[in-house]
Design a protein around this ligand. Sequence first.
Ligand code: FAD
Length: 441
Amino acid sequence: MTPSSSVDVLVIGAGPAGTVAASIIHQAGFSVRIVEKQQFPRFVIGESLLPRCMEALDEAGFLDAVRAAGFQEKGGAKFEKNGKICDYSFGEAFTAGWTWTWQVPRAEFDKILADTVEAMGVPVSYGVSVTGIDFSSDGSSVTTLDDGSSVSARFIVDGSGYGRVIPRLFGLDKPSSLPPRRAVFVHLRDPRRSMADEPNRITIVVHKPGVWIWVIPFSSGVTSVGFVGDPGFFDGAAAAGSTVGAASGAAGPNAGGTGGAGFNSGEAQMRALIASQPYIAERMEGVEFLWEPRTLQSWSSTTDTFSGNGFVLTGNVTEFLDPVFSSGVTLATVSSQMAAHLVTRALKGESVDWAKEYAEPMMQGVNTFRSYVNTWYEGVLDTIFFADDQDPLIKSQICSVLAGYVWDMSNPYVRNHETALYKLQSLINFRDAARKKSAVE
Ligand code: FAD
């Protein structure tokens, strides 16, 4: 079959991973085309960014367009548990770099990135899905699309997110080591947000052991609120709406749960969940929901390899862990930034050690976040976040990770991510026990 068109690089998916990679490769002088399954704007979850992603957005040439949209600026993250607050301000982070970012409704944000890359000269074909790829021994490929056309390319960047195009087509998917979790979430009008000293940062509320809530205020006065926990929590007394499928826009804006376990709608269930959490109950009582609450679950995924002869996987296709530390868009944009440089080198005929130059640094970042996700669900980070008399240096080092600086090896809470948090928890517990003992004596 003769391909209908030919490019240097075919990018699958117009999410942040796809558009960042496309822009950087295009700026290096290569022809690029993006194919995107859906029509934009489309809903996708993942609304809290981290400062580290600003470097990637900057290099992609997206910052001016995003700034012009007037999204809510984000200067940190606040954690709340039983009335106790721990505030992390990115301005106090140990690692030098961006100290702020944005809280964004992704439908608008992703459309801005896609429109910007298109205005730079990268064609974006919407409503077209990849159905098959044939690789030749030299790494070049012919990709078939569901509109009957095909594209030949010297290289493919797979940024298809939850679509996982190349891992699915070539059997590269691997089960995640993380247990399945569920999220139930809604966008609501939030006129009383000032009572919680917002909107300039996100809030993570510890609801019950293993169950937490995100509160992400947007500049429009709308706030995103989501409960996350093991499916048993939602199936139990608190009840669950119906599951609406994959995270990336599988459901339209009005799709949602049908309620269950005593609730006759997803909205009734969400209102009951909100009413059950003192930190948000009064602020969000009776507020308007913009759509019926939605449910997602089992989003963690991973793959055997991050690259192969003629392709590289970026963003969520590589590995997605958990939403708790907002790592998704940052890992998506940084992986694409890194991959784009390597793709341009490969296209120029230079040799690239993909394992060393791409998979290794990416896994360094992913594994650092993995340690924080695991210790979060184990309750270790609760002890650290809500401890009295926190050491300012240690707080700034943990703050750096929360800002996305998971490649700064001068930070012991990055370098020793597997052990440092457990050691700190033990020290805090030891100190608190000693204080209690001396108070009794
Ligand atoms: P996507 O944004 O999913 O984009 C991939 C694109 O590829 C889509 O537009 C899709 O339509 C397209 N596509 C798929 N299949 C095909 C195909 N066959 N052909 C052509 N195109 C295709 N991240 C954060 O940073 N902050 C958060 O607060 C956050 N909260 C989250 C909450 C939950 C409950 C979950 C599950 C995730 C959350 N995330 C968060 C993660 C975030 O959703 C993703 O990490 C992020 O969207 C990844 O970007 P991406 O560009 O890799 O993929």
